[in-house]
Design a protein around this ligand. Structure first.
Ligand SMILES: Cc1ncc(COP(=O)(O)O)c(C=O)c1O
Length: 420
């Protein structure tokens, strides 16, 4: 394998912007007032998928934030463009991604060796390698539902069966949702050899506890099951909770886990194509270096540069994002308690996504309804699994005033139809 030492090579040291040019972790640089002032027209002009796919609608479907770039990331990208550093990804930048990602994991108390971190264009490419090389065609994978949509569609492309196991709504459970461990064990006993752990869970916003993950790990050990641990939303946990990386719990979870994460959600840089796999099982690392080099090679240099700047210098900006999102969650909570009290909703513990159940109002296709009647674009819950009929997935990481308008429009549509 190519070395992944912790020392920055000379090319990085001389060409990358110095920390002093980028701001530091102690410098508050998230401008909430500027975000509050952002209009629909300005967001459409920026041109994201979220704001152009359904012209004239409020975009609340795809998981992107409307909060722009951290100054340190914008600066690093600008400097990379100015010096023409847009070639294929070189080893020094791969090592920088590994080093900075490992340093970011310390936020979760995980002192992971950068030598087991490799770049990959995105988390789904890591998932595809997991399906192709570890799960293999003819086998099955358990996906707790509702789920991030590609977890249900991508396995089939690799001849892998998807076993949907609905999460249980339980007010007594941490986060209002619980794994159905009996159903999970039945699927494992029936021969299923893999599990998708999405923590924090998109779309229900649950942040898993150590105990829940240990119980899953017990079952996985009993049935020789591997766990794809998607931790892309790890930075988004609220109210003093902390994210626990599955692989960090103990030796056994480290061997079971195939972890993937990215700065793409937290720094809004998914288009720069640089996620990471954290391969704590040495056999996986050997497999990766033998069979996944092509995936790694597709990682974008600009993404490696943006990611390294984000992890190294974006902490304070990101803390501002978190505070802003917590204010948005308070608004959603308030509306769900009042105008929209009939809608099924559990306050998310993590992510910037809410799962809204409109079946008590008799709506079969709430996404279609709100697109037409409220000009609000949401994700159809049915894309998140069979349990999603009557539900939508809503991304609330938008400017606070637009979130208020979005909820106003939805409420007005329902009122006009006498549904609330
Ligand atoms: C849970 C989850 N995993 C993976 C992804 C894919 O992210 P990326 O393409 O930035 O790797 C997303 C994006 O919405 C997500 O929500």
């Amino acid at each position: 394998m190519n070395g992944t030492g912790t020392q920055a090579p000379a090319i990085i040291g001389t060409l990358a912007p110095a920390a002093s040019d980028l701001g530091t972790d102690t410098e508050p640089c998230f401008d909430a007032a500027r975000i509050d002032a952002e209009s629909i027209g300005e967001l459409e002009r920026i041109g994201s998928d979220k704001w152009t796919r359904h012209p004239g609608c409020i975009g609340a479907f795809i998981a992107e934030m409307d909060y722009g770039l951290a100054p340190c990331v914008a600066e690093a990208i600008g400097q990379a463009v100015a010096r023409g550093a847009l070639g294929y990804i070189p080893d020094p930048w791969k090592r920088e991604v590994a080093r900075s990602c490992a340093a970011w994991q310390l936020r979760y108390g995980w002192n992971v060796n950068p030598a087991c971190i490799r770049p990959v264009p995105d988390v789904l490419e890591a998932f595809e390698v997991f399906l192709r090389e570890i799960v293999r065609p003819g086998n099955g994978i358990v996906v707790p539902t509702p789920a991030y949509m590609p977890f249900l569609s991508v396995p089939r492309l690799y001849g892998v069966d998807v076993i949907e196991v609905p999460m249980l709504r339980d007010d007594a459970a941490d986060g209002g949702w619980a794994f159905d461990f009996d159903a999970i064990e039945r699927a494992f006993a029936a021969g299923c050899r893999a599990f998708v752990l999405c923590n924090p869970h998109n779309p229900i916003g649950k942040v898993l506890t150590r105990d829940e993950m240990l119980r899953l790990s017990d079952l996985a050990a009993r049935h020789d099951v591997r766990v794809f641990s998607d931790e892309i939303h790890a930075p988004f946990v609220y109210r003093g909770r902390t994210h626990v990386p599955f692989a960090s719990i103990d030796e056994r979870t480290a061997m079971q886990a195939f972890t993937s994460t990215s700065a793409s959600k937290s720094f809004n840089i998914p288009g720069t194509k640089c996620a990471q796999v954290i391969l704590t099982n040495p056999d996986d690392l050997a497999m990766w270096m033998r069979d996944a080099e092509w995936s790694e090679h597709q990682t974008a240099t600009i993404g490696a540069i943006a990611t390294t700047a984000a992890y190294d210098h974006g902490g304070a900006w990101f803390d501002g994002v978190l505070a802003y999102i917590e204010r948005n969650i308070a608004l959603v909570n308030e509306r769900m308690r009042t105008d929209l009290a009939k809608v099924g909703y559990v306050e998310p513990q993590g992510t910037y996504i809410a799962w809204l159940d409109f079946s008590p109002l008799g709506l079969d296709d709430p996404a279609g309804y709100f697109l037409e009647k409220a000009r609000v674009a949401l994700t159809d819950g049915r894309e998140c699994g069979r349990v999603g009929a009557g539900c939508v997935r809503m991304n609330f990481a938008m400017p606070y005033p637009l979130l208020a308008e979005c909820l106003d429009r939805m409420t007005a549509a329902l009122r006009a139809d006498g549904l609330i």
